[in-house]
Structures are given as structure tokens and as C-alpha cells.
Ligand binder design. Sequence first.
Ligand code: A3P
Ligand code: MG
Length: 296
Amino acid sequence: MGEQTQMSARVAGQRDGAEGGAPPVIDAAFARWLAERAGQELLRVRAELGFADAKALKVAGDKAAHDLLRAELARWRPADAVLSEEDEHARVAWLESEPGTVRPDRLSASRVWIVDPLDGTREFSEEGRADWAVHVALWTADSANPACLSAGAVAIPAQHRTIATDNPPAYPPMPLESATGGVIRIAASRTRPPAFVTALAEDLGAELVPMGSAGVKIAAVISGEADAYVHAGGQYEWDSAAPVAVALATGLHASRIDGTPLSYNRADPNLPDLVVCRKDLAPRLLAAISRQLPPQ
Ligand SMILES: Nc1ncnc2c1ncn2[C@@H]1O[C@H](COP(=O)(O)O)[C@@H](OP(=O)(O)O)[C@H]1O
Ligand SMILES: [Mg+2]
């Protein structure tokens, strides 16, 4: 737990999330606490079930982390709305105007937690893999940043690592030249890298660095293990909200692949593409991406 997190707990005169104690009152520290709690729960499920039945492990992990996040948010932030991957069915029903479904509360709320209980579900179910994460982000209507992400935390429990906005990592990450002799490293899906990203890498003479989970890939950009994360072809708000909150707090560039701002808590949470990279790399990367996009 970071120094600032401990301080926020002390300021509140509360214990910092030990079993039975109250969590931090400050949202960013609370996001870290919550993501780490769910991460510990996922490690427990993994240890308990083992890897013999990958599907059962994925389902159990998703459910355990989702239930924990829902319960703790209901307990400690009862007035706030929540958008979780598990709410997808309600979303589709509302968008398709199925009779009996109502407009989600979050669309009129001023504070909405956008959570992905288990990002990198496939990797979670594979023995020895540590590239999976828990995402907890807070969207607020009156936030200072255009994405309206006021707080965020990404716990990567199998790597004993959490990145969060309460103590954003230093910027810039390790410089490109000293690390790779100038070759750009683009973090990409290890199981389904979009053809678009493969073509982009060829255009730039870049290297693709395969790994699971959007949160882990953005964490790799934040730490300098990769220079960029570029994704296109499908994703949802919960896949990127928390890691983008940390990336923006750190000082990185984060946008849609056409350069427009990322926007969260919309009626349709489809957010199919994004790019996260150092600010100095953004113009070159966006120019190369625009060469891959169909002409307008
Ligand atoms: N084309 C697509 N459509 C919808 N979701 C996608 C997608 N490509 C990637 N994702 C989601 O983005 C996350 C990271 O994927 P990847 O590891 O392949 O890069 C995964 O989240 P979940 O694990 O929460 O489902 C995955 O489901
Ligand atoms: Mg996800």
C-alpha cells in the first residue's frame, strides 16, 4: 500500500482496510483497496479450484470478484451507481427497448463506478500466467479530465502489483531509445491481435509484445515495458476505464485511435478502440494509425 493511501486512511481516522475495518474514505485509495481485495479473492479461487476445468475456473473467478465488488460498493458507496461487465444483459435489453426494462440509473447519476471484476479471463484460467487484472474506476460528472475519470486502480495480483491514481507512477516511463534502440514495442492481445494492429506494426517497423488483459497492457506502457497499447475492433468501457484513469493521471496520452477523447458512462458502453502511449510518441503513432484507417 502506497504512502499516500496510508495517509488518507489516517486522515480519515480509520483503519486502512484490514479485515473488519473500514476502507479509505478517499476515492482513489478506496479504488486501490477494492481492486486489491477482489484480486486476493481471485487468487483464493484459483488456488481452491485449480486449472483442470478452465471454463469452471473462469466462471467462478468472474462471479467471486463481481460479487465482492458489488457488495463492497453497496456497503461503502451506497449512493453511487455501478457499471460492471455483468450488467451487459440489462444494457442490451434497455438499448433494444425490451418491454419491462428501465433506463439504467447510472445515466442520471453523478458518480458511477466502472468495474471489470476480471480482465484477462482467459489468462486467469491458465496455470502460470500472471497477465490478468481487476479494474476499478470512478466516473464523475464534474471531473476535471475530459474522460471524467476521477479515480482508478488496476490490481495485478499474480504480479504483486497495483497501479492507482492515489499514487500515480512516475512520468515519463523508461525512454524508448535506451530500452530498444528505437524499435517501438506495441502491447497487443496474445490470443487475438487485431489485423489492424499487425499492419500498423509492419508500417512502423514496430515489435508486437503479446500479453493478456487490457489493464496489464496499459500497465506495461505505464512502466515502460511497452511503448504503446493500440486496440481496435471491439471492447467495452470496463476494459479500459481504470487503466486509462491511471495512464491519464501519470501523464500519458490516451485517446480513441482517431485521436478524439475517450468518453465513459455512455448509454452504450461499447468502446471498440483506443491508443495509450507516451505524449511524445502520440503524433507519430496517430499518423501511422490514420494510414491504416479506411478513407472518410
Ligand atoms: N474484439 C473484441 N470484442 C470485445 N471485447 C474484446 C475484444 N478484444 C478484446 N476484448 C476484451 O478486452 C480484454 C483484453 O483482451 P486481450 O487480452 O485479448 O487483449 C478482454 O476482457 P475480459 O477478459 O474482461 O473479457 C477481452 O474480452
Ligand atoms: Mg475486460
